[in-house]
Design a protein around this ligand. Structure first.
Ligand code: GAP
Length: 509
């Protein structure tokens, strides 16, 4: 899996999907740029999410709020006081870590030791092996399991109750060393706020500290009343938004999985208090359907229920995806009660309520939130779509991206660069480009051109050859099956448009 991750990163760079930010200056840590195909894929994913939210659901509308917001927003939301990570420095390597991540990695190592014991026993006992019985009786596995339980419980307690000294003691007691220096020479654990701040206005005018938003959701909450009133919205209704968010992540790695600048796609669904559980279940189902609509292996997605809820939530699940580094959070679906609107009501002094005509009363609506990272969705699609296959004696790397979100829908190729074939290919592309993103490619052998298109996930290659001059037909080659068919030129547009239509995905929802 680690190998796959390295391949995804180098493939992304080699084929113009993702570059390191400011690469010519040796890059900027945990910040990435999307290249020509990456930007197209990202736009298509965002567009699909947007349509699934706002076009398929009449009661969900989309907004685009500003990245900068009044500083009180972040006081009210709790981000100023509580959007922290516990950090610790190693005095020898001068490297900074998240204390909880160091402990989690230590736990993971113990889990790997258990897995090794299980695998050894499986080989030894063959078909007769009973994993459950083995884990419940093997002394070494029991010792590690108890240790994992003990360390996890302590960590959760110390984090929840802000016992930073105890967190440091736990790291020392467990003998956790710095991966770089190998030493245990740690500083104290301190809380580190993840929000980036900057100044509004020129210094001469007296500047004000403001924050780059760490989530898009607050832009929705503060516009609840504007949208409800101007759109004459009745409960339940939703507000969706996509946009950049910024977090000064201490442990920012794993490529685009955890970045300092990233994009979110969030939707807040405002409901009558007391009905939130049923809407929560409905949105859980809708969101999982959205992920499954891509047609990837359903076993790669799973639910993670939050057993320990934030004080303002009354239900929370994550959709996890099996990334090359294991199952990790892709999307959060949370029932957030009336916490956020009530906080903004209190801090702004403005009523953020809904007048329920039927009930004849006003109340602050409850909220069900769906929140997904666009970059993580991109990485999910890249992971699921990446395939290495052997064709004859050759290896091909193909991105099996669903046609409706593929960056380039069709490549038009003259078999040779002469005999009038390029002119016909140009005519075809000049017609297709009004509906579809296409690419004209005449360089290298046809086989190499197919490989190049496979590598960027182009679902259809249209080849113009000498027979085209005689009977006005071309070949269409399908990326996944590599099958080729002869079709009349006049049918190319219809066939490709039908197969690459975003309706094919939307209809599955
Ligand atoms: N409004 C709720 C909220 O922001 P979150 O779990 O902090 O919740 C939601 O973030 C989603 O945003 C995550 O599930 C993940 O997909 C994405 N996300 C969060 N931090 C990220 C980061 N540093 N880099 C990339 N994506 C991130």
């Amino acid at each position: 899996m680690e190998d796959l991750f390295k391949k995804l990163i180098s493939h992304s760079k080699e084929y113009g999907f993702i570059f390191q930010s400011s690469e010519i200056y040796d890059g900027l840590s945990a910040v990435y740029d999307y290249g020509q195909y990456g930007a197209a894929l990202k736009n298509n994913i965002r567009d699909y999410w947007w349509k699934a939210m706002t076009q398929l659901n009449e009661e969900v509308v989309g907004i685009d709020s500003a990245i900068f917001m009044h500083p009180m927003v972040w006081k009210a939301s709790g981000h100023v006081d509580a959007f922290n990570d516990p950090l610790i420095d190693n005095k020898d390597s001068k490297k900074r870590y998240r204390a909880d991540v160091l402990i989690e990695e230590h736990i993971e190592k113990m889990q790997q030791k258990i897995n090794k014991e299980v695998e050894k026993a499986r080989k030894r006992f063959g078909d007769a092996f009973d994993e459950k019985q083995f884990c419940e009786t093997n002394p070494r596995v029991l010792k590690y399991s108890e240790k994992i339980k003990d360390v996890t419980e302590k960590m959760v307690d110390y984090l929840d109750n802000n016992k930073l000294d105890d967190l440091k003691i736990l790291i020392e007691e467990e003998g956790i060393v710095c991966p770089i220096s190998g030493s245990r020479n740690w500083t104290d654990v301190r809380q580190f706020n993840l929000m980036f701040d900057t100044k509004l206005g020129s210094l001469a005018e007296g500047s004000n500290t403001i924050y780059l938003r760490p989530e898009t959701a607050q832009g929705i909450f503060v516009n609840y009343l504007n949208v409800q009133k101007t759109g004459r919205m009745k409960l339940p209704f939703g507000i969706a938004q996509t946009g950049k968010a910024f977090r000064n992540e201490i442990v920012a790695r794993q490529f685009i999985f955890r970045m300092r600048e990233f994009e979110q796609m969030e939707m807040q669904y405002f409901v009558k208090p007391g009905t939130e559980k049923e809407w929560f279940e409905l949105w859980r189902e809708r969101r999982m359907n959205w992920h499954n609509s891509f047609g990837f292996d359903a076993n790669k997605f799973r639910w993670h229920k939050h057993d320990k809820l934030a004080h303002y939530a009354n239900a929370a699940y994550d959709i996890e995806f099996e990334f090359p580094f294991g199952f990790k959070e892709l999307e959060g679906i949370h029932s957030r009660t009336d916490f956020d609107l009530k906080q903004h009501q209190e801090f702004s002094g403005k009523k953020l309520q809904f007048f329920d005509l039927e009930a004849g009363e006003s109340y602050v609506p409850y909220v069900v939130e769906t929140s997904i990272g666009l970059d993580r969705t991109f990485l999910m699609i890249l992971t699921a779509a990446y395939c290495e296959e052997t064709v004859g004696n050759e290896e091909r790397v193909v991105l099996k991206i669903p046609a409706p979100i593929a960056p380039i829908k069709a490549a038009i190729m003259p078999l040779v660069k002469k005999d009038g074939l390029p002119e016909i290919a140009r005519e075809i592309i000049n017609e297709l480009k009004f509906d579809l993103t296409c690419q004209y490619d005449e360089k290298d052998s046809i086989g190499r051109r197919y490989r190049r298109q496979d590598a960027i996930g182009t679902p259809f290659c249209i080849t113009v050859d000498h027979q085209t001059i005689e009977d006005k037909t071309v070949t269409i080659r399908y990326r996944d099956s590599m099958e080729q068919e002869r079709i009349p030129i006049e049918k190319v547009s219809k066939i490709v448009r039908e197969k690459a239509d975003i309706r094919n995905l939307l209809k599955k929802l």
